[in-house]
Write a protein that binds this ligand. Structure first.
Ligand code: PMM
Length: 294
């Protein structure tokens, strides 16, 4: 096991100190991943950064605000969203990845289920593939990631964005999600992806009801105990709107609270639309965790 992520003590929830990426790039954990949707129709920011220059400018702003990674996506995965052709997704994503790789000074990830899009983004300098299908959607994805020695986010979902909400039925959501992620990580390692490159994500909102999301958040230490960095993408999801209120300020404060709670419970990366708020929330969570260790 990569010594950088080896657990030092089973009770030490802050055990994952850094994420090592190709070419000696290192991301200190816990980290903030800024969301950049270059789409006309994503859930909370669809259309805002569809224009290429605005997207690039927003990516750079997020880094200024505290993002450690910028996650560029060209296909909406909100419930009901339709798949788009790979060439359209490529045209949206690759120029933005290229510009951010040259100018952002932080690793860029590509949010895609398609191997051809991942391959082009990796050639343009992206270092992480964020696959919401957990390497299921495209059989060529696993070898694309392995060959490029890229980092990979393996996210749990069922079905596709079009069908997933019909599949939100579990007997034991925490046990089933943990078992699935463990199996997908084993599959990835067997196909040649290094263990130290793998990040797991329970996929809040993807084939999950509000109560499933809350149960997964409450059980985060179980997911972290699998021994991989865990990413949480709660930002602006509908379960937060439902609980905390839909006013922009309600949503911002509630997202910051969820991110602090997630990191306190052992999460290593939070995927967010507001990096400055997430950065402050993580600082507080870490300061408290530090005292707990003394
Ligand atoms: N959520 C969305 C898109 N991509 N990727 C990961 N790894 N985890 C998530 O929770 C996730 C994701 C949908 O949210 P958005 O439309 O705000 O990007």
């Amino acid at each position: 096991m990569n010594s950088a992520i080896a657990p030092r003590h089973p009770d030490d929830l802050r055990r994952l100190r850094s994420l090592r990426l190709k070419g000696n790039a290192t991301v200190c954990l816990p980290a903030v991943m800024g969301v950049l949707n270059v789409t006309p129709d994503s859930f909370s920011d669809g259309g805002r950064y569809f224009d290429r220059e605005r997207a690039i400018a927003h990516g750079l702003e997020m880094v200024q605000a505290g993002a450690d990674i910028v996650d560029v996506g060209g296909e909406s995965t909100r419930p009901g969203a339709r798949e788009i052709p790979a060439d359209e997704e490529l045209a949206r994503v690759v120029p933005v990845v290229e510009a951010l790789v040259a100018r952002a000074g932080v690793p860029v990830s590509v949010d895609t289920r398609k191997a051809s899009v991942a391959r082009a983004a990796l050639s343009a300098g992206a270092r992480i593939v964020n696959d919401v299908s957990g390497l299921v959607f495209d059989a060529a994805m696993v070898e694309t990631v392995a060959e490029a020695d890229a980092g990979v986010v393996i996210m749990h979902m069922r079905g596709t964005p079009e069908t997933m909400m019909r599949l939100a039925r579990y007997r034991d959501v925490v046990g089933e999600v943990c078992a699935w992620l463990k199996a997908r990580a084993a599959f990835a390692e067997k196909a040649g992806i290094r263990r130290s490159r793998i990040i797991l994500d329970p996929g809040l909102g993807f084939a999950k009801t509000a109560s499933h999301n809350l149960r997964l958040l409450a059980a985060l230490p179980r997911l972290c105990a699998l021994g991989y960095p865990v990413l949480i993408g709660a930002s602006r999801k509908s379960f937060i709107r439902r609980i905390a209120g839909a006013e922009p300020s309600d949503l911002s404060y509630a997202c910051a609270a969820v991110n602090a709670l997630a990191v306190a419970a052992g999460a290593s990366i939070v995927r967010v639309h507001e990096p400055a708020a997430a950065r402050a929330a993580l600082r507080m969570a870490l300061a408290v965790a530090e005292q707990g260790r003394r």
